[in-house]
Design a protein around this ligand. Structure first.
Ligand code: GLP
Length: 235
């Protein structure tokens, strides 16, 4: 059991090790509350000149449909604010699905092709939703899915409503598919807080089922799960 700082440090170390062994790694990145500490760690290591991301290519898992880059709730803004805006990943090497694309299907296909053209993801960071979603792959999503448009479940919308100033949060998103995530050569899953306890317990049963998307990870040979909880009296 880890506290939030430990969890974030451990996650940052896994990323650092990946970049030490392969400075031009392709990394898959996640948003949400959980990875903020990891990004903070990476930014301070970058500022201390312990690490460079200059040769990295990054692909984010997902983006809301209908939110422009300038909107603070978009994952584009999140990434600028927490990570991209502070490190040296070249702008052309930062990829986030375009939730404002006129042709959403085309944008999904292009995203998938551009991951393939980069040589594939070396290390993918994912979080987990209370219903077992990874990226925005909600329960029932095919394990064969590639980057696609998805309807957000009521549970996901409730959990993420806290990040929204706007009353109406989006109902759809573009997300890497479960197959896209599974093709990554290694995966690190980050989960923090008591509200993720049930999801982690379900994951630990080892049962693989479409009604709990994260369970597909049991079929992947190289997954690290980092879980932490508030200590008593906190949070
Ligand atoms: C969103 C993201 C997921 C993330 C999840 C958990 O739904 N699309 O990628 O894993 O939130 O977020 P949090 O870390 O805020 O609990």
């Amino acid at each position: 059991m880890k506290d939030y700082e430990e969890l974030s440090e451990k996650a940052a170390e896994i990323l650092m090790k990946q970049l030490e062994s392969k400075p031009d790694s392709v990394i898959g990145l996640a948003t949400g509350g959980t990875p903020i500490g990891m990004y903070r760690q990476l930014v301070s290591r970058f500022k201390r000149e312990e690490i460079s991301f200059a040769r990295v290519t990054a692909f984010n898992l997902d983006e809301y449909i209908g939110l422009g880059k300038e909107q603070p709730e978009s994952f584009y803004s999140y990434m600028e604010h927490h990570f991209f805006g502070h490190v040296d990943i070249p702008v052309a090497s930062r990829h986030i699905p375009d939730g404002m694309a006129e042709n959403l299907e085309g944008a999904c296909e292009a995203y998938e092709s551009s991951i393939e053209a980069s040589g594939g993801i070396d290390l993918q960071v994912v979080g987990i939703g209370q219903n077992g979603h990874i990226g925005f792959n909600e329960p029932g999503t095919s394990f064969q899915s590639r980057t696609h448009v998805t309807e957000l479940s009521a549970s996901t919308r409730r959990a993420n409503a806290k990040y929204f100033d706007v009353k109406e949060m989006p109902e759809q998103a573009i997300t890497m598919g479960l197959q896209t995530i599974m093709k990554a050569r290694s995966i690190v899953l980050l989960a923090y807080g008591h509200e993720k306890r049930d999801a982690l317990a379900q994951l630990r049963t080892g049962k693989i089922t479409g009604s709990f998307p994260a369970s597909c990870l049991h079929e992947h040979p190289n997954v690290t799960v980092l879980y932490g909880e508030e200590s008593e009296g906190e949070g």
